[in-house]
Design a protein around this ligand. Structure first.
Ligand code: SAM
Length: 219
């Protein structure tokens, strides 16, 4: 029998790949090249992702960047002296080629994050800007895709994950973007993943960032 959810996920992935190949060809290693907001928002978002690092994360925590694009998060961390044992995956080969050329000592791979094996690979796993775009996909298919990706990130992380989404608390919705009610995401995360989470809906953008950490065992 055909697995309709994996067919829908494959369609979402194909549409993403075609979209980002186009934007990167047109605009190169910039926020427009990864179709992710105004240039002024870029550093704010990278900063939000790195807020996942806990005070006791150590001197060089490992971090997997899911949908890393051209490696902008690593540029941001390097510029601020934030040492990371960094790896990134993306489905657009030209973005990965750019990232490898710029950061020869980091690990960048062409890969679909959903296809990675279910095992911890890094202390922290972040996803800045995948769960925000739906293009032509239905909301129900995006809901399934988003939950699969969030679950996958949680299995890949030893210490915590961070991801962002567009908030439904807006008075205009672009038809190609994917908006979620933050309370629904909080219910999903706390019900399925861990009750040790934080949701930041306080910064000036039409989005929120969610941080999830493995639950501490009860004494
Ligand atoms: C909005 S861009 C953000 C890029 C980067 N995180 C940044 O902020 O500069 C989203 C990226 O996710 C990648 N992507 C989408 N789905 C993916 C998947 N399933 N696995 C890996 N990468 C994916 C796209 O190719 C695109 O480069």
């Amino acid at each position: 029998m055909t697995d309709l959810s994996s067919t829908a996920d494959a369609a979402i992935l194909d549409a993403y790949r075609a979209h980002y190949v186009r934007t990167f060809s047109a605009h190169g290693p910039t926020s427009r090249g990864v179709d992710w907001g105004a240039p002024g928002d870029v550093d704010m978002r990278y900063g939000k992702m790195l807020e996942v690092l806990e005070p006791d994360a150590g001197v060089r925590p490992s971090l997997l960047d899911v949908g890393c694009g051209y490696g902008g998060l690593l540029d941001y961390a390097d510029a601020r002296g934030i040492a990371l044992d960094y790896s990134g995956v993306d489905i657009v080969p030209k973005m990965i080629a750019h990232a490898r050329a710029k950061h020869p000592s980091a690990r960048f791979e062409v890969a679909d994050a959903l296809a990675l094996p279910d095992a911890p690979v890094a202390d922290y796993v972040v996803c800045n800007g995948i769960l925000t775009l739906k293009l032509e996909a239905s909301i129900l298919d995006m809901d399934r895709f988003a939950r699969r990706l969030i679950r996958k990130m949680f299995t890949l992380a030893r210490r915590g994950i961070a991801f962002n989404m567009m908030t439904s608390h807006v008075n205009f919705m672009a038809p190609t973007l994917y908006y979620k009610n933050p309370l629904e995401i909080a219910a999903f995360v706390s019900g399925e993943l861990s009750n040790r989470f934080r949701l930041d809906h306080s910064y000036p953008a039409y989005e929120f960032t969610v941080y999830v950490f493995p639950a501490r065992s009860q004494p």
